[in-house]
Design a protein around this ligand. Structure first.
Ligand SMILES: NC(=O)NCCC[C@H](N)C(=O)O
Length: 284
């Protein structure tokens, strides 16, 4: 397989993106609905400029960018996290829950169909990439709210990893938070950003038992997409600029932080982690 990752923290060499040419907010999650309620409009030039800042961060970090073909009727292809998942054995086609996003599968099928194909196809319930976190080789956590990812969808995905000998934790959470990657992301090997206030002490203890240290995020910070960052490996991350406190905490841990301004995407309920699907990382 050409495209494989065995962790969320190995050195990233290739990433899958979707340009925001047709991006707009629809009533798809609590944050997007709140944004629409304010009557706020998207300044297209600012939007393109923010996306360019994300692309520039990848260029500065030496990561090769790849793109899905975007279609005018699909507003959320910019959030490439959700429609597929790269695994140690190749890409998996996920099963999007939202009717307005299901068509995103076509561009994923075209992208991977043209290269090396898929390892598995999700076919039970629904599962979206934002709920899948490959912590390190052998350790996977799957979130499910019952809306975007269902318990059945998470169980099917978990089964494939357990067959390979992996430990898998299934983490239920309230629908309001949309995806696990709003509440939890690995920033570097052994270092996570997480909202323990929501995920609870059981989750914190599980992370500690696996030698994972936590930078804690507040409810207010996660609703501003401040947990939603991408590890680049070699102690580097891309994290939204407005996450000032968390970015400072990551720097204090010795990380280099690239900070694109992405507030227009955060207003739709997703930031750096949601806007990226790693295609290849150096094995851990
Ligand atoms: N992984 C993620 O959290 N993705 C963000 C998806 C946001 C998009 N507006 C949605 O509601 O599906």
């Amino acid at each position: 397989m050409v495209w494989t990752i065995d962790s969320e923290t190995g050195v990233l060499t290739d990433v899958l993106l979707g340009t925001p040419d047709h991006y707009h907010w629809i009533h798809s999650n609590a944050i997007a609905t709140q944004t629409l309620g304010t009557g706020r409009q998207i300044d297209v030039q600012r939007l393109q400029n923010q996306f360019r800042q994300l692309e520039d961060a990848f260029d500065a970090a030496g990561v090769k960018r790849h793109y899905v073909e975007v279609e005018s009727h699909l507003p959320y292809q910019v959030y490439t996290r959700d429609s597929s998942q790269t695994t140690p054995w190749g890409p998996v086609l996920t099963q999007l829950a939202l009717p307005a996003r299901r068509g995103e599968a076509a561009a994923i099928l075209r992208f991977h169909g043209a290269s090396d194909g898929f390892w598995r196809y999700a076919s039970r319930g629904t599962i979206e990439g934002g709920d899948i976190h490959i912590i390190r080789p052998g350790l996977l956590v799957l979130g499910w709210s019952g809306v975007r990812t269902t318990q059945e969808g998470a169980e099917q995905f978990a089964g494939w990893f357990r067959e390979q000998g992996w430990e898998v934790r299934l983490e239920p959470f309230a629908e309001h938070f949309l995806h696990l990657d709003v509440l939890f992301c690995m920033a570097a090997a052994g270092l996570a950003v997480a909202c323990i206030e929501v995920l609870g002490d059981g989750f914190r203890d599980w992370l500690a038992a696996h030698d994972i240290q936590v930078v804690e995020a507040s409810y207010r910070e996660v609703m501003a997409m401040s947990c939603n960052l991408l590890a680049l490996g070699r102690d580097r991350v891309i994290s939204p600029r407005h996450s000032t406190r968390i970015n400072a905490a990551l720097r204090a841990e010795g990380l280099t932080v690239y900070e694109p301004d992405l507030d227009l995407f955060a207003a739709g309920g997703g930031s750096v982690h949601c806007m990226t699907m790693p295609l290849r990382r150096e094995p851990g």
